[in-house]
Write a protein that binds this ligand. Structure first.
Ligand SMILES: [Zn+2]
Length: 356
C-alpha cells in the first residue's frame, strides 16, 4: 500500500512539473508583454552605445609660442616617453607666436616626423576667441586661417577642433563642416548628449575629465588628484562610453608665491601624470587620439547586449514556471480526487445493486 502511495506521489509531482513547463512555455509564446520585453529596442541600443569605446583621449589645450614652453614640452615629452597618443590644441593666430617660438614648434615638428602615431594636431581658434559670440562667416574664416597656418608650419591640416572656452553654437558646426573638420571637443556643461559614434559630422566628444581646475580663491589653474581624474574617467566611460581628459600647461608649472605661473616645470606633477597614464592602462582603457574615439568600437558590446536579452527571456520563463507548477499540482490533485469519487460512487452502486 505504502509503495502505491509513494508511486502516486512521484507520478503526481512529475506530471505537475511537466505540466508546469509546458504551461509556462505556452504562456511565453502567446504573451505580447514578454515578446516586447525580449525585443525591447531600448535595452539593445542602450547597451550598444554605453559600451562602444573602452578608451581615453588626452587633450592639451592652449599650446602657443613663448609661453610656459618648457612646461608644454615636458607634458608632450611625457606622452612621447610612454608611447601614448596626445591631441594638442594649438592657437593659430600670429599674436600667439606658434611657429615663431621654434623651441615648441620644432619639437612638435620633429616628433611628428619621427612617429606620427603619438601626436595629433587640433585647431584651438585663431585668437582664442569665444566662437558662440561670432558671426558664422567669421567663424569659418578663423578656423580656415588657423588650419592654413598650422599646415604651413607642421605640414598638417587639423581635422579636430577644440573651441576656446569650450563655447560654440550651431554656426560653429556649419563652419567646421565647411573646413572638413571631422571631430570637435567642448565640455559637458556646454553640450547635450547623446554623443554619437557615427551618423553625424562632425562627431562631438566633449571633455569629461580634467587633470586640473581653477582655484577660485587664487584664480589660477592647479592640478587635482589622480583619484579625482580617474573617478571622472570611470564615470564618463560608464555613462557615455568614452572619456576625454583636458590638460592645461599651467597645471604643470611651478606657481610663484601661489599667484603667477612660471616657466619652471613642476616635476612632481609630471610624475603624477605618468602614474595617471599607468593607472588608466591598468584599467584596460586604451589611450587614443580624440579623432579615434569612434574607431575604437568594442565587439564585447554586442555580446553583452545579447546576454542581457537572453536573461530577460529566461526571467519571463521562470516567472511563468513559478505559476505553472502549483497550477499543475492543483489540477493533478483535483483529477485524483475526481477519480476517487467516481470509484467510490461505482462501489456504492455495486453494493446497492447487490442489496436489491
Ligand atoms: Zn584654451
Amino acid at each position: 500500500m505504502n509503495s502505491k502511495i509513494s508511486l502516486l506521489l512521484v507520478v503526481t509531482v512529475m506530471a505537475s512539473i511537466i505540466f508546469g513547463v509546458f504551461y509556462s512555455y505556452f504562456l511565453l509564446t502567446i504573451s505580447e508583454n514578454d515578446k516586447m520585453a525580449i525585443n525591447e529596442p531600448n535595452l539593445k541600443s542602450e547597451f550598444e552605445s554605453i559600451h562602444k569605446c573602452q578608451c581615453v583621449a588626452f587633450r592639451l589645450d592652449d599650446v602657443q609660442g613663448y609661453w610656459l614652453n618648457e612646461v608644454q614640452i615636458a607634458i608632450i615629452e611625457t606622452f612621447q616617453k610612454k608611447n601614448v597618443p596626445l591631441t594638442i590644441g594649438i592657437i593659430g593666430g600670429e599674436k600667439f607666436q606658434f611657429g615663431k617660438d621654434l623651441k615648441i614648434s620644432n619639437l612638435i615638428k620633429n616628433r611628428l616626423a619621427e612617429n606620427p602615431s603619438f601626436i595629433e594636431i587640433a585647431n584651438h581658434g585663431w585668437n582664442h576667441e569665444d566662437f558662440s559670440t561670432i558671426d558664422k562667416k567669421i567663424q569659418s574664416e578663423l578656423i580656415k586661417k588657423t588650419n592654413q597656418r598650422l599646415y604651413n608650419i607642421l605640414d598638417i591640416s587639423p581635422k579636430v577642433f577644440i573651441p576656446p572656452y569650450n563655447k560654440f553654437d550651431n554656426n560653429t558646426i556649419i563652419a567646421l563642416k565647411e573646413n572638413n573638420i571631422t571631430h570637435f571637443s567642448s565640455m559637458l556643461e556646454t553640450s547635450t548628449p547623446p554623443y554619437m559614434f557615427e551618423g553625424i559630422s562632425p562627431l562631438h566628444f566633449p571633455e569629461t575629465a580634467t587633470t586640473g581646475k581653477i582655484d577660485t580663491t587664487l584664480g589660477i589653474f592647479s592640478k587635482i588628484s589622480n583619484q579625482e581624474t580617474l573617478d571622472s574617467i570611470k564615470d564618463s566611460s560608464d555613462k557615455y562610453g568614452f572619456a576625454v581628459v583636458t590638460m592645461h600647461p599651467q597645471e604643470f608649472s611651478i606657481h610663484e608665491k601661489n599667484t603667477a605661473y612660471t616657466n619652471s616645470v613642476d616635476w612632481e606633477n609630471i610624475e603624477e601624470l605618468e602614474i595617471l597614464i599607468d593607472k588608466i592602462q591598468k584599467l584596460n582603457l586604451k589611450i587614443i587620439f580624440l579623432s579615434q574615439i569612434n574607431q575604437n568600437v568594442s565587439d564585447q558590446t554586442m555580446d553583452l547586449g545579447n546576454e542581457m536579452i537572453m536573461f530577460t527571456e529566461y526571467k519571463s520563463y521562470l516567472n511563468h514556471l513559478i505559476l505553472g507548477i502549483p497550477i499543475g499540482i492543483l489540477l493533478i490533485i483535483l483529477l485524483v480526487m475526481m477519480r476517487n469519487k467516481i470509484i467510490r460512487q461505482k462501489l456504492m452502486d455495486m453494493v446497492e445493486n447487490r442489496g436489491e
